[in-house]
Ligand binder design. Structure first.
Ligand code: PHE
Length: 436
């Protein structure tokens, strides 16, 4: 299950969201908080969630019903997770749509330029055209449907596993080119030399939300994947491996993008468009850049596919296992609903650009609510469940398979799960949302 878990964690979160949020939130300070949040909150929540999933061996809703004392509504965590899955898929499928569309734009050569005006215009023409945005998104959703219905998601996992190292290498190549551009050092400074005056409560919440999003935790996805874990698989070790690989890919993406942003005079705080307007400029300054850029977007599309399949797995498994629906029906229903709900995100830069809630378009709102509210809330309750309802003994049994594994870390881990993580998440949320 290491490969599948990795396939869920590594995706557009690394290549697209991590760089754009780091750029928007002031660089190094944000990065540091993100890493701390991953260690103090991400890791314990991920271990708890996978452990609960393996113990329950069913979908997230049924799982929590099965594990909780009779009559206590802990399954609501999973219900919240299902709604988070819909919100995430709504905007994620749109970003994936841009990536798929960029494979063709890259192939045509029209975006191969170091001029921000040219790459910016190409991106804008894609997202401001309503029909095009919708069609690409539906195409992506249909593709996910096809993969699920043909029952080849395991096959996709195998492909992802083989291609992941290629993505690492390509990011490394782009990183080296980006670092050797004249003026690149300013980008490194931005990425690694923190300016703490920029780290506000809102920035801390965004960084923590990114940690949740990146590790696919707090919304039932890891619980569902945990239910497929083998009995003797070392959960803490698997989690640490996934976390390290995930951080590593994010860092590579940061190093590929920020030196170039400064070298070419792009805007680090460009927002969700950052990847799409910057990366073509790096490729424009690499021999065979044209080909490499096509390869880059193909690999990104595959990484995005792995993540989307894992998001969909949450509602599909609930419908098929809890409500005994066939997987085909469950998949179709989910995708139809997503085609409707997701289109609000596809149209967020065109027809629906002016429809805003609290100053946010649907796209931004769904992203904000899922990462900064629902997933952290899910994280708090998962920790409380393990720390206070289950207790140390039960956690030890579930994690160690009869005491063979991971003994020395259990006490500190339990302390963190019981007190540190839930409190930390709560304080960061309340402060970040301005409620306290
Ligand atoms: N972690 C995935 C990524 O970085 C996104 C994701 C979020 C997947 C939530 C599953 C659940 O791309």
């Amino acid at each position: 299950m290491l490969a599948a878990t990795l396939g869920s964690a590594v995706g557009l979160g690394n290549i697209w969201k991590f760089p754009y949020l780091t750029g928007e939130n002031g660089g190094a300070g944000f990065l540091l908080v993100y890493v701390v949040a991953t260690l103090l909150v991400g890791l314990p929540v991920m271990i708890s969630e996978i452990m609960l999933g393996r113990e329950a061996r069913t979908d997230a809703v049924s799982g929590l019903i099965k594990l909780a004392p009779k009559g206590q509504p802990w399954w609501l965590i999973a219900a919240m997770g299902v709604s988070a899955a819909f919100l995430i898929m709504s905007f994620y499928s749109e970003v994936a749509a841009w990536v798929f569309a960029y494979i063709f734009k890259a192939a045509s050569g029209e975006i191969l330029s170091t001029d921000p005006a040219v790459t910016g215009a190409a991106f804008n023409s894609l997202i401001t055209e309503p029909l095009q945005s919708l069609l690409w998104q539906w195409l992506v959703l249909a593709l996910m449907g096809g993969i699920l219905l043909m029952g080849v998601s395991r096959g996709i996992e195998a492909v992802t596993k083989r291609l992941m190292p290629l993505l690492f290498i390509l990011l490394l190549v782009i990183g080296v080119r980006s670092l050797t551009l004249p003026g690149a050092s300013e980008g490194l400074h931005f990425l690694f030399s923190p300016d703490f005056s920029k780290v506000t409560a809102g920035v801390v919440l965004t960084a923590m939300g990114l940690a949740f999003f990146k590790l696919s935790i707090g919304m039932g996805c890891m619980m569902t994947y945990g239910s497929y874990f083998r009995d003797d698989q070392h959960i803490p070790l698997t989690t640490v491996r996934v976390m390290c690989a995930d951080l590593f890919v994010s860092m590579l993406a940061g190093i590929a993008i920020f030196p170039a942003v400064f070298a070419f005079g792009f805007e680090p705080s460009a927002g969700p468009s950052l990847l799409f307007i910057t990366i073509p400029a790096v490729f424009a300054s690499i021999p065979f850049g044209h080909l490499f850029m096509v390869l880059f977007f193909v690999l990104s599309a595959i990484a995005a596919t792995g993540a989307m399949l894992s998001i969909l797995e949450v509602p599909v498994s609930v419908l098929s296992e809890r409500f005994h629906m066939s997987r085909t029906r469950a998949t179709l229903i989910n995708l139809l609903v997503l085609g409707a709900v997701g289109s609000t995100c596809a149209l967020s830069s065109s027809t629906l650009a002016d429809v805003q809630v609290g100053g946010k378009t649907f796209f931004d709102l769904f992203d904000f609510v899922s990462s900064n509210v629902l997933m952290p809330l899910g994280g708090i309750f998962l920790c409380l469940f393990v720390g206070w309802v289950w207790g140390f003994e039960r956690m030890t049994t579930a994690l160690t398979n009869g005491g063979k594994l991971a003994q020395p870390i259990l006490r500190p881990l339990f302390f963190i799960i019981r007190y540190v993580s839930p409190l930390l998440i709560l304080v960061v949320m309340l402060k970040g949302l301005g409620l306290f």
